[in-house]
Design a protein around this ligand. Structure first.
Ligand SMILES: O=C(O)/C=C/C(=O)CC(=O)CC(=O)O
Ligand SMILES: [Ca+2]
Ligand SMILES: [Mg+2]
Length: 396
């Protein structure tokens, strides 16, 4: 029996000992690294004496930055030692469990470069049909490379941060008009947090040495600003005002039982995108709009894995550094209730979504709250959870 007295810290629950995500808490003594155990946070600084000389500074830090830089052998050693500490019957000296409802989490690492991909075929086809009704929804490059763009790392915020409705230009009947966005949307995505040595031309087989862990990511998007500004260079102010990520980063190692092959593109891939191991992930996401579950996007159908996306991102020689973040792209499945944006769920506003309280929505209203979570199959029939990403819209 573990000393951790929390029914949510069980292999049958998403945040049992099979998961152990890392986050950073704000405390009166400054920020501290913690691990999530069930519905509690376990601050690690007070336990630094339980770790080797190599690992102790990583857990005594005030952010995940030193851990991200430490590399895969340290990540594995730390996780293995944590597994021992949370499984033993007596609490290690100094251990203190804090209820998640009583802690304040902060952005757990310094976000370096931020890239967002576009790797869901269903999402790309749906958006293509709405934004470019007279063209083929998928351009010819789409199945050959993971299309992406560089986003704005300075506006990546931690779950719980309010999202201020952006202002901008949108198309009007007689030329552009300026004002608060009237088509504010979400994008349900999976985010990958990079770490390990600085490296360029990362191969698909070494990509896992540069991916520390996984978060849920909401790429808030102002569709009216986007639709007017994006030609021909792509997303800009319609997406750069806020991107939210989970407060807890789940180590990539926790997903060993969730790995699947990405779908066959129907043609050979260029060598640098061939995987010798499968890095697709069988995650199921859930999107809740003011408490109503409106969608369950399936991640397993994504056309490119995180390893392929990282290999592509660095194939020109560009380096990946600890703290870099990349988003999978909006996750949409083939069914309506599997779509990862409200643009798609409401089909451009034509088919309002009915919430449990009887109200209807097309795009976000001020005061609306969106929660996105995800789970994956874990070892021995367990479930691995990704911590929620939540945001509430406030008027701008
Ligand atoms: O097809 C377009 O013009 C735009 C598409 C997006 O809004 C997608 C984007 O941010 C990438 C993604 O999340 O899939
Ligand atoms: Ca996106
Ligand atoms: Mg964004």
């Amino acid at each position: 029996m573990s000393w951790i007295d929390d029914p949510a810290f069980s292999p049958d629950e998403p945040f049992g000992p099979q998961t152990l995500p890392y986050g950073v808490l704000d405390t009166p003594d400054g920020p501290v690294v913690a691990v999530r155990v069930g519905d509690h946070a376990l601050p690690l600084r007070a336990l630094a004496g339980e770790f080797s000389a190599e690992l102790a500074p990583l857990v005594a830090a005030g952010s995940l930055d030193p851990l991200l830089a430490a590399g895969r052998p340290a990540w594995s050693a730390l996780r293995a030692r944590l597994r021992e500490l949370v499984s033993q019957s007596a609490a290690p000296p100094g251990a203190e469990l804090l209820a998640l409802s009583a802690v304040t989490t902060r952005l757990p690492f310094t976000v370096g470069d931020y890239v967002d991909f576009y790797s869901s075929r269903h999402h790309a086809e749906n958006v293509g049909r709405m934004f470019r009704p007279d063209a083929e929804p998928l351009l010819p490059n789409w199945t050959h490379l993971p299309v992406g763009y560089h986003g704005r790392s300075g506006t990546v915020v931690v779950s719980g941060t309010d999202v201020v409705r952006p202002h901008g230009q949108r198309r009007g009947e007689h030329g552009p008009v300026f004002g608060p966005s009237t088509r504010l949307d979400i994008e349900a995505e999976v985010g990958f947090v990079c770490g390990g040595p600085v490296a360029g031309r990362v191969s698909t087989s070494s990509a896992p040495d540069h991916v520390f862990g996984v978060v849920v990511l909401n790429d808030w998007s102002a569709r009216d600003i986007q639709a007017w500004e994006y030609v021909p260079l792509g997303p800009f102010l319609g997406k750069s005002f806020a991107t939210s990520i989970s407060a807890w980063v789940t180590p990539l190692e926790a997903f060993a039982a969730a790995r699947v092959e990405v779908p066959d593109p129907g043609h050979p891939r260029l060598d640098y995108l061939v995987e010798d191991q499968h890095w697709g992930l069988d995650l199921t996401m859930e999107v809740r709009w003011n408490g109503t579950t409106v969608s369950r996007p399936p991640f397993a159908g994504m056309a490119f894995s995180c390893a392929q996306q990282l290999a592509h991102m660095t194939v020109n020689g560009a380096t990946v550094r600890p703290g870099d973040l990349f988003g999978s792209g909006t996750v949409s499945g083939p069914e309506k209730r599997q779509r990862g944006s409200f643009l798609e769920l409401s089909w451009g506003g034509a088919e309002p979504v009915v919430l449990d309280d009887g109200s209807t929505r097309t795009f976000l209203e001020d005061g609306d709250t969106v929660v996105i979570t995800a789970t994956a199959p874990g070892p021995d029939g367990s479930v691995v959870g990704l911590s929620e990403v939540v945001g509430t819209v406030v008027g701008g």
